[in-house]
Design a protein around this ligand. Structure first.
Ligand SMILES: [Zn+2]
Length: 150
């Protein structure tokens, strides 16, 4: 960015990442079992599956006149907040890789953007397919242990 790392580290308090997602069309929204929605995801289905149990339902849009048969109408966003703690400042001045920042952020309890997406799937705002389209599902190693075995 052309900014000295020490300057960035000492002035940043929080980093917010955001990606736009399409919202499910209210006129043609329907619910379906999560496992059915996961089946349609091919390889990504495996990465997303641990977030849902067998009796979970999710939503999708069938497609109608209102949404030009896309199943989506309107936009929302997925967020991720990373607090710049003293530990994060120490890391930033070392010009870390994205992976290193991610690892520290997770250890400090920062929720991955993908999980914000999963919450928005659960609340019916958007579909699993849409979240996977905009955010790559984390590898299994980044899923919290309680979710991996649950
Ligand atoms: Zn529609």
């Amino acid at each position: 960015m052309g900014i000295e790392p020490f300057l960035l580290a000492s002035t940043l308090e929080v980093v917010i990442a955001q990606r736009l997602i399409r919202k499910i069309c209210n006129s043609c929204r329907y619910s379906l079992p999560a496992r059915e929605a996961l089946k349609a995801l091919d390889k990504n289905g495996h990465a997303v599956a641990p977030y849902f149990s067998d009796d979970d339902n999710v939503y999708a849009g069938k497609g109608c006149n209102v949404c030009n048969n896309s199943g989506y109408a309107g936009r929302s966003a997925l967020f991720e907040f990373i607090e710049v703690t003293p530990e994060m400042q120490d890391l930033i001045v070392k010009s870390p890789s994205t992976r290193e920042i991610e690892t520290l952020a997770r250890s400090q309890g920062s929720k991955p953007m993908f999980e914000d997406g999963i919450e928005k799937v659960r609340s019916g705002l958007t579909s699993i397919a849409e979240v996977v389209r905009v955010v790559e599902p984390p590898r299994t190693s980044t899923i919290a242990p309680e979710k991996r075995h649950g």
